[in-house]
Design a protein around this ligand. Structure first.
Ligand SMILES: Cc1ncc(COP(=O)(O)O)c(C=O)c1O
Length: 492
C-alpha cells in the first residue's frame, strides 16, 4: 500500500465542528474524532508526544465523568435520605490525583493494603472513615491500621485474633465490622459457597462471643460482598434483607451496630458502545431506591464500596497503530498497547471496546477491498474481541467477523473503559514502562502520573552495572528515533 495514502492531517479533518451526540464525557463526534470533554483525543496524543519522550500508549481520564459517577450515587442516596459512606475502592485506581478528586467529592476510602492506607491519607482521606478489607491482613498491616484508627473488616477467626493481638500490643482500641459469608441464593456463575472471604455462620457466632469479652475490639458494623458484578436489583435487595436480619440479631446481643457495609458497587456495561448490543444494566438509582427503606428502618449508616462504577468508564488507553497484517481470513491491527496496560481481557475474558480516535482515509477491513482513494470514511465502529493467543510486546487485536475501518499506520486507537483495574493492575511485562496518565478537565489536560523510564524499572536489581553499558548505544540510536516513529513522520 502506498505510504502517501496513509498520511492524514488530523487538524484539517478537525475543521468541521464536532457533532456531539452522547451523554458520556468521552464521545465520538460526527466526523469521526474521539473527544474527552472539550478536547480532541488525537490532539492530546500529538501534544503529549511533543512534550515527552515516552508518550504512547497513555491512559486518559475525564474528571467530569468521575464527578458524574459520584453524583449519581450521591444524588440517589441524598434523595432517599439514606445515611451513607460512599467508600471508593482504592484498588480500582489509586492514582493520587484521582483519589484527591474523589476525596473532595465527599467519598471515603476502602483499602486493601497498608500502602493503600498510606496513599489514601496522602490524598486527604480521613483514616477513621476508611474501611480495610482482605482475608490475609498481616500483623504489621493491622498495626498500622489500628494506629491510624482505620475501621477493619474481620474476615475470619484468625483475622480477629490478629487484630486483638495488635490492639493489646498497642493498648489501643479498634473499630471492626464483621464480613459475613454471602450465603444468599444468586444466579451468579460463581459458587458462592466456595468463597474464601467472610465468616461462615458458625465462625460468626464464635467471633461474636470473642468480641463480647474483648474490651479493645468494638464491633460497630456488618459487611457483605456478593463477589459478583452487581447487575441485579433483586439480588441486591435479597442480600440487604439477609443482612438486616443479622443486624437485628447482633443488636439483640447487645452490640451497637452503626454501619452496614453492602460491599461492591454496580457493574458497568462494557458493551454499551456496540450499537446492536441489547445488554442493559439497571441504573445506580434503581439499586439505591431498592434498599433505601430497609436501611432507614434500622437507623443505620450504609457503606458502599464501588470501584468500577466510579472510575471504570472515566478512562481510555490511547494507543497508536503500528501496522495491519492479514493472515488468511483474519486481519490484525497491531498497536503499541499491550496486556501490560490492560490485563483484564487476558486475565478473565473481560470485554473492552476499541475505537479509532480519528478518521482513517484508507478503507475497511473485511469488506473485500480497501478503498484506494480515501473516499470510504469510517462510520460505526463494530464489536471487537481481543486475541487471547497473541499477546506479545504489542497487543494484537483480531477483527474476526466484524467491520472496522482499516487504519493507517500511526492512527490513534482507544481502548475504552480502562479506568478501573487497568492502571492499577498494569505491569512491567516484557520490561515495558508503565505509561503516563493524563487528566482532562474541560478544555485543559495535564499529566497526573509520569510514564516510567527504564531506570525506574531496573533500579531495584542488585548489582546494577553502570548505565554507561547501554548509554553508548542509545546515543547513536536516538539520532534515528524521529524516522522510526511512524506516527510522528506522517503527521509532519
Ligand atoms: C470487598 C470488595 N469491595 C469492593 C470491591 C469493588 O468492586 P467493584 O470495583 O466491582 O465495584 C471489591 C472488588 O474486588 C471487593 O473485593
Amino acid at each position: 500500500m502506498a505510504v502517501e495514502l496513509l498520511k492524514v492531517d488530523y487538524r484539517t479533518a478537525l475543521s468541521s465542528k464536532p457533532n456531539i451526540s452522547t451523554s458520556s464525557n468521552i464521545y465520538m463526534t460526527g466526523d469521526g474524532h474521539l473527544f474527552c470533554e472539550n478536547l480532541c483525543v488525537k490532539e492530546i496524543q500529538y501534544e503529549l508526544a511533543m512534550k515527552t519522550d515516552y508518550a504512547s500508549p497513555f491512559y486518559l481520564y475525564s474528571r467530569a465523568q468521575i464527578v458524574d459517577n459520584v453524583q449519581q450515587y450521591k444524588r440517589s442516596l441524598e434523595k432517599n435520605d439514606v445515611p451513607h459512606l460512599l467508600g471508593y475502592t482504592v484498588s480500582a485506581n489509586y492514582n493520587l490525583e484521582i483519589l484527591r478528586i474523589l476525596q473532595k467529592l465527599g467519598c471515603s476510602a476502602v483499602v486493601a493494603s497498608i500502602n493503600e492506607i498510606k496513599i489514601a491519607m496522602m490524598a486527604g482521606f480521613n483514616p477513621n472513615m476508611m474501611v480495610y478489607n482482605g482475608n490475609g491482613k498481616q500483623l504489621n498491616e493491622l498495626e498500622f491500621a489500628v494506629k491510624c484508627g482505620v475501621m477493619i473488616n474481620v474476615d475470619s477467626l484468625f483475622d480477629l485474633e490478629h487484630i486483638r493481638k495488635v490492639c493489646r500490643m498497642l493498648h489501643k482500641k479498634a473499630n471492626v465490622l464483621m464480613r459475613l459469608h454471602p450465603e444468599i441464593d444468586s444466579d451468579s456463575s460463581q459458587d458462592i459457597t466456595e468463597t474464601k472471604f467472610g465468616l461462615h455462620h458458625k465462625e460468626f457466632d464464635k467471633a461474636l462471643q470473642i468480641v463480647k469479652e474483648e474490651d479493645l475490639v468494638d464491633l460497630i458494623g456488618l459487611h457483605c460482598h456478593l463477589e459478583t458484578t452487581l447487575d441485579d436489583v433483586q439480588l441486591f435487595k435479597e442480600s440487604l434483607d439477609t443482612m438486616l436480619f443479622w443486624v437485628d440479631k447482633v443488636r439483640e446481643m447487645g452490640f451497637d451496630i452503626r454501619y452496614l457495609n453492602m460491599g461492591e458497587g454496580i457493574g458497568l456495561n462494557y458493551k454499551r458502545h456496540i450499537p446492536q448490543s441489547d445488554e442493559i444494566l439497571p441504573e445506580t438509582k434503581d439499586f439505591i431506591s431498592s434498599i433505601a427503606e430497609g436501611i432507614k428502618s434500622k437507623n443505620i449508616c450504609l457503606i458502599l464500596e464501588p470501584g468500577i462504577s466510579i472510575v471504570g468508564n472515566t478512562g481510555i488507553l490511547v494507543t497508536k497503530v503500528v501496522g495491519v497484517k492479514t493472515n488468511e481470513n483474519k486481519n490484525f491491527i497491531v498497536i503499541d498497547g499491550s496486556m501490560a496496560e490492560v490485563i483484564r481481557p487476558s486475565l478473565y475474558g473481560a470485554y473492552h471496546h476499541i475505537q479509532l480516535i480519528e478518521p482513517t482515509m484508507v478503507g475497511y477491513i473485511n469488506q473485500g477491498s480497501h478503498s484506494p482513494n480515501g473516499s470510504a470514511r469510517l462510520q460505526t465502529i463494530g464489536q471487537w474481541s481481543w486475541s487471547k493467543a497473541l499477546l506479545w510486546w504489542s497487543l494484537i487485536l483480531s477483527a474476526e467477523d466484524y467491520y472496522m475501518p482499516y487504519p493507517h499506520e500511526g492512527c490513534g486507537l482507544a481502548i475504552r473503559d480502562v479506568g478501573a483495574y487497568c492502571g492499577s493492575m498494569s505491569s512491567n511485562y516484557s520490561l515495558r514502562q508503565r505509561p503516563a496518565e493524563v487528566l482532562v478537565e474541560g478544555s485543559r489536560w495535564r499529566i497526573i502520573r509520569h510514564a516510567e523510564v527504564f531506570d525506574d524499572i531496573v533500579k531495584p536489581f542488585i548489582g546494577l552495572p553502570s548505565l554507561g553499558v547501554y548509554k553508548d548505544y542509545i546515543d547513536t540510536t536516538e539520532v534515528h528515533l524521529g524516522t522510526l516513529h511512524p506516527w510522528l513522520t506522517w503527521m509532519h
